[in-house]
Design a protein around this ligand. Structure first.
Ligand SMILES: O=C(O)[C@H]1O[C@H](OP(=O)(O)OP(=O)(O)OC[C@H]2O[C@@H](n3ccc(=O)[nH]c3=O)[C@H](O)[C@@H]2O)[C@H](O)[C@@H](O)[C@@H]1O
Length: 411
C-alpha cells in the first residue's frame, strides 16, 4: 500500500534536520579543536616567516633610536632567560634588536611565550626559527646590516646531556658553526659575542677559576660542547677575521629564569611540600656554586658588546687579524647549595623537606668560583647583587608570575 505523502515529507524533513544537527556537532568539534590545541595558540602568535609584513616587522625591530650610533644586534635565543633580559636592555638604550628563537620544548614553552610577549611590549620582534636554518639566517642578514650578533641560543643544562646528547650537538656545535658561517659571509661582518659556560673548567681544582686555567677536562657533554665552541671560535677568528668574544657564565639566576635550574625547581617543590635533593661531595662536603644574578650578567654582556672590535673580513675573506676574547662572568662568591635552600626557606616562609644525596656522577662539578679581574679591567664588569638580594627578587617574580598568594613569601 502507498504511504501517505505527509509520511514521506516527515521522513525527508527528519533526515535533513538530522544532517544539519550532525554537521553542526562536527563543525563545533572542529572549532573546539582549533581553539584548544596548543599549536593553534602558538600559530595565532606566529607571523608568517616571509612576505612584506614579516620583513617590515624585522626592519622595524632593527631600527635604532639614534641613527648615528647605529648598533643593530641579532640576538639568538632571544626568548630564553638571558636572551630576553639582554634584548630588552639593548632595546631600552636605543639599539636595534631582532631576536630569533626556536621555542623548543626543553622546558615549559609557555614561559618562553610569556617572555616573547614581554619582548614585544619592549619593541623587540622575535623571529621563530632555528639557528641551523641557513636560509632564514641569511635572509635576516639580507634585510638588516647587523653590526653585532649576541649568540645566546644553546642547549643548556648539565645533567640533561645524558638524556639527549644529540640536542647538544645540534645546538651548541652545528648551530654555532652555522651562526659563524652566516656571519663570516655577511658584508659587513658583524662582531660576535656568545655564551660559553663556567662548566668548561670541568675538573679544574685551582680556585678561583681564571681564564688562563686549563679547560681540557670537561665533566659533561654540555661542557665539552661549550669547550668545543671556544675552539671553533678560534678557527673562525683565525680564518675569516671574525671578532669573537666568549662569555663564561657562572650559574645565572633571577626573574624569568629557567625552570630546569635548581633554585627554580627548589622553589616550586618547597612550596608544594615535595622533598628536595641536596647534592653532597665526598665525605659529606658541600657542593657550591658562584651564583650570578641576571642583571649583573646583562651588564657584562653589554660591556662585551660595547668593547668588541670590528670584524676585519668581508664576504668570507679575511683582511687582517681580529679580536678573540674570553671572559668569566661570575659573582666571585661561591655559596653552598644548602645555604641557597636556607635562603629560599626564609623567603618562602616554608620549611623545606630535604634529603642529602651523593652528587650523581652525571656531569656535575663540586664547585665553581670565578676570578673576574679580566672582565673588570676590560669590560668594566662589577657584579653588585648577592644571592640573598637576587633570590628575593626571583621569589617576588615567581609569586607574581604563578599568581601565588603573597602571604607565604617575603617580598
Ligand atoms: O654555570 C654554568 O656554566 C652552568 O650553570 C648551570 O648549571 P649548574 O651550575 O649545574 O646549575 P643547577 O643545575 O641549577 O645546579 C646548581 C647546584 O645545585 C645542585 N643540585 C642540582 C639539582 C638537584 O636536584 N640538587 C642539587 O643539589 C647542583 O649540583 C649544583 O651545585 C646551568 O644549568 C648551565 O646551563 C650553565 O652553563
Amino acid at each position: 500500500m502507498d504511504k501517505p505523502v505527509y509520511v514521506h515529507r516527515v521522513r525527508y524533513n527528519f533526515s535533513i534536520s538530522k544532517l544539519v544537527f550532525w554537521s553542526l556537532i562536527f563543525l563545533g568539534l572542529i572549532v573546539l579543536f582549533f581553539f584548544r590545541s596548543p599549536s593553534s595558540i602558538s600559530s595565532s602568535r606566529r607571523v608568517l616567516q616571509s612576505g612584506p609584513d614579516w620583513e617590515k616587522l624585522v626592519r622595524k625591530s632593527a631600527s635604532t633610536r639614534s641613527p648615528s650610533r647605529g648598533v643593530r644586534v641579532l640576538v639568538t635565543g632571544a626568548a630564553g632567560f638571558v636572551g630576553t633580559h639582554v634584548s630588552i636592555a639593548l632595546k631600552r638604550r636605543g639599539d636595534g634588536v631582532v631576536g630569533i628563537d626556536n621555542f623548543n620544548k626543553y622546558y615549559d614553552a609557555s614561559l618562553k611565550r610569556a617572555r616573547q610577549d614581554l619582548l614585544k611590549e619592549s619593541g623587540v620582534f622575535v623571529v621563530e626559527g632555528d639557528i641551523n636554518n641557513a636560509v632564514l639566517m641569511g635572509k635576516l642578514f639580507e634585510l638588516v646590516r647587523f653590526t653585532h650578533v649576541m649568540h645566546l641560543a644553546a642547549q643548556a643544562g648539565v645533567r640533561y646531556a645524558m638524556e639527549n646528547p644529540s640536542s647538544y650537538v645540534h645546538s651548541n656545535i652545528a648551530g654555532l658553526v652555522n651562526v659563524f658561517e652566516v656571519c663570516k659571509s655577511a658584508n659587513p661582518q658583524p662582531a660576535i659575542v656568545w655564551a660559553s659556560s663556567s662548566s668548561v673548567y670541568g675538573l679544574n681544582r685551582k680556585v678561583p677559576f681564571s681564564e688562563k686555567d686549563r679547560t681540557d677536562q670537561p665533566a659533561s657533554l654540555y661542557a665539552a660542547t661549550k669547550k668545543a665552541g671556544e675552539e671553533i671560535a678560534h678557527t673562525y677568528n683565525h680564518i675569516y677575521g671574525l671578532s669573537i668574544t666568549g662569555l663564561r657564565f657562572f650559574t645565572v639566576y633571577g626573574p624569568w629564569g629557567r625552570p630546569d635550574m635548581a633554585y627554580f625547581f627548589f622553589t616550586k617543590d618547597i612550596l608544594k611540600g615535595k622533598t628536595i635533593p641536596i647534592f653532597e661531595g665526598p665525605k659529606h662536603s658541600s657542593v657550591a656554586r658562584d651564583f650570578t644574578y641576571i642583571d649583573d650578567i646583562v651588564k657584562g654582556c653589554l660591556g662585551a658588546l660595547d668593547t668588541a672590535g670590528k670584524s676585519t673580513g668581508t664576504g668570507g675573506k679575511k683582511k687582517g687579524s681580529a679580536q678573540l676574547r674570553v671572559f668569566n662572568l661570575g659573582n666571585t662568591s661561591p655559596v653552598p647549595v644548602s645555604k641557597l635552600v636556607n635562603i629560599l626557606e626564609k623567603l618562602l616562609k616554608v620549611k623545606a623537606k630535604k634529603v642529602k644525596l651523593p652528587m650523581p656522577t652525571n656531569g656535575d662539578v663540586l664547585f665553581t668560583h670565578a676570578n673576574i679581574s679580566l672582565a673588570k679591567r676590560e669590560l668594566g664588569y662589577k657584579p653588585t647583587t648577592d644571592l640573598q638580594t637576587g633570590l628575593k627578587k626571583f621569589v617576588s617574580w615567581y609569586m607574581d608570575y604563578y599568581s601565588l598568594p603573597r602571604g607565604k613569601s617575603a617580598r
